[in-house]
Each structure stands twice: as structure tokens, then as C-alpha cells.
Design a protein around this ligand. Sequence first.
Ligand code: SF4
Ligand code: SF4
Ligand code: SF4
Length: 382
Amino acid sequence: MPDVYNWQLNRAMAYEYEDSRPTRQVSAVFDINKCIACQTCTMACKTTWTSGKGQEYMFWNSVETKPWGSYPLGWDVKNLEMLGPAAWDYATDPPTYRGKTLFEKTPDGERVAGYLPDELDYAHPNHGEDETSGNIEDTPYYLSLPHAIWTFYLARICMHCTYPACLAACPRKAIYKRKEDGIVLIDQERCRGYRECVRACPYKRTFYNHVTRVSEKCIFCYPAVEQGIWPRCMRNCIGKIRIVGYVHPPALSDPRNPIDFLVHEKKLALPLYPQYGLEPNIYYIPPIHVDSTFNRQMFGPKAAQAVQMYGRIRAGLEPELQAVLLLCVSTDKILGRFDLQGDEAVGYDMSGVEVVRVPLQEPAVVREPYDDQLRVYRHNIT
Ligand code: SF4
Ligand code: SF4
Ligand code: SF4
């Protein structure tokens, strides 16, 4: 197998094919602290792309409650059992992953270490909803961070990985990564439904259609992206947790690009299970109220620093971060650049045209409780 460079591991690793990064790579950042598990994203995707026969059980976007929820059942626990504890070497900066990835832990004759979920694993997509990490009556109640008892919501779509396991495993070469934007797609004509992609993808984001007998997956709503517009699940997000854009490798990071700023410059947004080795391109701002070892297991060695950075925003010490987080949820256009002008955040689309401008502080207007002109009292005066 050739060696490719995975910056999330800070080392080269084995992969089925030669390194071939796209011209640009779609990406998104999800702020876990803001997700309310309303599942609007899930339904936005479902009604757009998976309402047909054979797609009943498919949720290209799903939201699971951690620590107990998972869809399909136990996907992450099974991968972690396969890999063992993540061996990060903290002597280097950034830390280096010294353990094996799913491409390096392959059984003989296979390209990726994986497993095929059972039918029943897909039967309860919201299993464990709102179940907390422990019993409240067993633990003293206090208000400091992290909480003794916690829960959080993990929204998930396909990661459009730099090194997709689904693509590596497909014996038909039916899966491809688009050169122009890095979106990973399954060619429905070439696919023969062998389900090697379902077995290989550790995030379990490809799904077999029993009616058409081919596999399907999230397409990052490429018809919208080609128009510079956010995907459906992102546009409809009620909690405004999602930011869409393009990410560069760290050596090419552009400090004015919103995603690069969050991922590389401020290291606020982190990959999910980087130790798998796929270099996933959906990033997460980790939950601030959660046990730090759980965060480290899930988001890698920089999780505690990201939580600290989030605290700096809340303390008003990071106006540029505040600007990016505000801007990117105030438009459905994909932004290529942001700027902070005085107390206004400004966003530009991919061709450099200004498309959004928002104040860092929402203006407050206080009205008199009694309106002389209308001769009415107002209950809500702000
Ligand atoms: S729509 Fe947004 S807030 Fe609601 S569940 Fe999905 S990601 Fe979370
Ligand atoms: S998340 Fe899974 S389906 Fe998506 S690109 Fe990565 S390996 Fe493929
Ligand atoms: S990006 Fe589009 S296809 Fe993918 S989960 Fe979201 S709505 Fe579905």
C-alpha cells in the first residue's frame, strides 16, 4: 500500500491509493454546544433525498445522544474495540498518533478493518435519546464545569473524508471523490451492491438499498453547493450549529477563510475520531460541559484546548472567533473569507463579493411601557 500524509495524525499512513487531494475540499463545522436534537436536519435530508422505496431506514443525516445513543447501533464502540486505546505521542507538537489506523489494522485479504452492521442495528435510529451519562441521584449536584452528569447531541453526516474507507474498499471502483470539491459519491451505474463500503466506513455513512440493490450515501447536496448555497441539513438547522465552507491542509491554511480559521488557526473545531485515519472533513466544536477524557477519546488530543478556547469567546476575549461564529450562521451562502470591521463582522462569497454583514452585539431598543399614540400598554418592552 502507498503511504499518504494525514495531518490529523501528524504522520504518513498506509492507504489503498496514492495521495491525490482535490482542488478544494468541502467542509463543515458543527458546534455541539448549540445542538438541541430537534432533528430538523434529519428531516430536511430525509424529505429531500431518501423518501423512496428501499430508503425507509436511511438517515444520511442523523443526530444521536451521547454517551449511549448511536446509529447504527454501537458503530463507534465497535470501531474503538477494534483499534484499542488511542496512542497519542504528546512529545511532538501537534501530537502524533502512534497507534494503528483502520487501514493499518486490516485482517489478511481486506483493505480496511470494518464490520457489517446487522439489520436490527438500524432499527432504532434514536436509541438512547436523552439518556444521561449516569444517575443524578448517585452524584452530588453542582454547577461547575464539566458536569458530573452530562449528555450531548452528536449530529452526523458523511465526512467526505480525504482518505475515504468506502472508496478504498470498493472492488468495483464505483466510489469517487470529486476533484473540484472533494465530495465523495457512489456511481449508481457501477455499484453492484457488494456492501464493501458499508463494511468499511467506520462512521457507517453508506447505506444499502434493498430495492435498487445498490448502495447510497450523503451527496453533500452538491447541486446546491455548485450554486454556492449550503446543503439542506445545514440551511435548516434550528440551533444554527453548522457552518459550511472549504478547508485547506494546515500548511496552506488561509487565516481569513472561516473554516481554516476555526480548524487550523484557533484549533477550536476538531475531527471526530481522527485515530480511524480517514482525515474526515466535518469538524466539531467539542461540548464544554462533558468529562474531558470522553472528549479526548472522541475528538483527539486537542479537545481540552478547544474547550478552553470556547471559554475565551464566552469571556469576550476572541472577537474574531465571535465574528466567524455569528457570520456563518447569518447566511446560507458559502463564505470564502471573513473580516472584522470595527464592531461589524463581514462575510464574502467564494468570488469575493460581500454577502453578509452583522454587528457583534445585537442592538437593543427599549420602548416606553405606555404608548401615548395608540393608548396601549406593552408587556414586552425590549
Ligand atoms: S437541526 Fe441543528 S439543532 Fe436541530 S438537531 Fe439538527 S444539528 Fe441539532
Ligand atoms: S464518512 Fe464513510 S461514507 Fe463518507 S467518505 Fe468517509 S468513509 Fe466514505
Ligand atoms: S449534506 Fe445534503 S445529502 Fe448530506 S446529509 Fe445533509 S441534506 Fe443530506
